[in-house]
Design a binder for this molecule. Structure first.
Ligand SMILES: Nc1ncnc2c1ncn2[C@@H]1O[C@H](COP(=O)(O)OP(=O)(O)O)[C@@H](O)[C@H]1O
Ligand SMILES: [Mg+2]
Length: 310
């Protein structure tokens, strides 16, 4: 078993004067759901195309499943599945016919083909609709089918380029749910791109943030969030005296204080320090009715990263 599904070293690709991907070095452990997060035009799709060997790097290199993207692109493509910008479905065929067609392309045996098609359609909640012409389907259903298509040949790594783009929140959530259970069950490494932060947070184990071709960080969503600037915590209660506020203001973890009518809001530099503060408030004689930890979202972390040395 490979330790890393993907390794890049200074991977770069320019289009004329545009450095679409610029010196990206990263290692993605096998079995990870990796989210590649960045605004439009930051180089996400170009990175996928480089990893699949569909584009040549201008500089640097990439190894995917142990194969060099430049010299062994066909080995990579045999072992990976991809859902790129276009779902690659035949609108006039039924869902089942679409998958059967691709199963033939992948040269699955007839028995294996039938079993695999049924398994994937069932998993995606599409089995009852297998005879429908795909052209009449909602975008959400088409994307589910496209994920099934990418998984047909049991790849050990799949690339999904903005799989939920253009889906409504309900369809996105449904797709994410089916996708995560499918990849967990089959032990697939996932490289997905998104500009949707809650999405990355909800399904990814590891997140890479890219801006203007530069990889800014690779981290777990939780870790990224806790480093994303201040964390707000709100106390509801009584007894927030001026002397107490002064004492709080002097504490190193407290970055800001706002006292309102029966509420006290603190901006903290570290969210692990809420419990000692609660104790301090209670010992100072406050009557605490409620503590609301306003989770600094990944979004704030992301924005903080984007603004840093912009
Ligand atoms: N084939 C191409 N020719 C010229 N410029 C391109 C090409 N592909 C991408 N780019 C440019 O490279 C940058 C990164 O694009 P892309 O990788 O598609 O970003 P993302 O997928 O993050 O939105 C953009 O500035 C884009 O215009
Ligand atoms: Mg893109």
């Amino acid at each position: 078993m490979l330790e890393y599904a993907i390794q890049t070293d200074g991977l770069s690709r320019s289009f004329g004067a545009v450095r679409a991907v610029d010196g990206v070095s990263m290692q993605i452990p096998a079995g990870t759901i990796f989210g590649f997060l960045g605004p439009n035009g930051s180089g996400k799709t170009t990175t996928i195309r480089l990893l699949l060997g569909l584009l040549e790097p201008s500089r640097g290199s990439a190894t995917v499943l142990g194969f060099d993207s430049r010299a062994q692109a066909s080995e990579i493509r045999q072992r990976t599945g991809a859902l790129l910008e276009h779902p690659g479905l035949y609108e006039r065929l039924s869902a089942q016919e679409n998958l059967e067609f691709y199963a033939r392309v992948w040269e699955l045996s007839p028995a294996e083909r039938d079993a695999r098609v049924k398994e994937l359609l069932t998993h995606m909640g599409l089995w009852d609709r297998r005879g429908d012409q795909v052209g009449n389907w909602s975008r959400g259903m088409k994307q589910k089918l496209a994920v099934a298509r990418a998984m047909l040949h049991r790849p050990s790594l799949i690339f999904l380029d903005e799989p939920t783009a253009g889906l409504d929140p309900v369809a996105s959530a449904a797709l994410r749910e089916d996708l995560s259970s499918l990849v967990t069950r089959e032990g697939v490494t996932v490289f997905l791109t998104t500009h949707n932060l809650p999405e990355a947070e909800s399904i990814c184990d590891l997140v890479g943030v890219i801006r203007q071709g530069h990889l800014l960080t690779v981290d777990s969503p939780t870790h990224l969030r806790s480093h994303g600037g201040e964390q707000k915590v709100e106390f509801v209660g009584q007894g927030f005296t001026p002397a107490l506020l002064e004492e709080l203001r002097l504490r190193p973890e407290v970055a800001g204080i706002e006292a309102g009518n029966g509420t006290l809001t603190l901006a903290l530099r570290d969210d692990r320090l809420v419990a000692p503060l609660v104790r301090l408030l209670v010992e100072a004689g406050c009557d605490i009715e409620e503590v609301r930890k306003g989770a600094a979202s990944l979004e704030q972390a992301f924005l903080a990263l984007m603004e840093r040395d912009a």
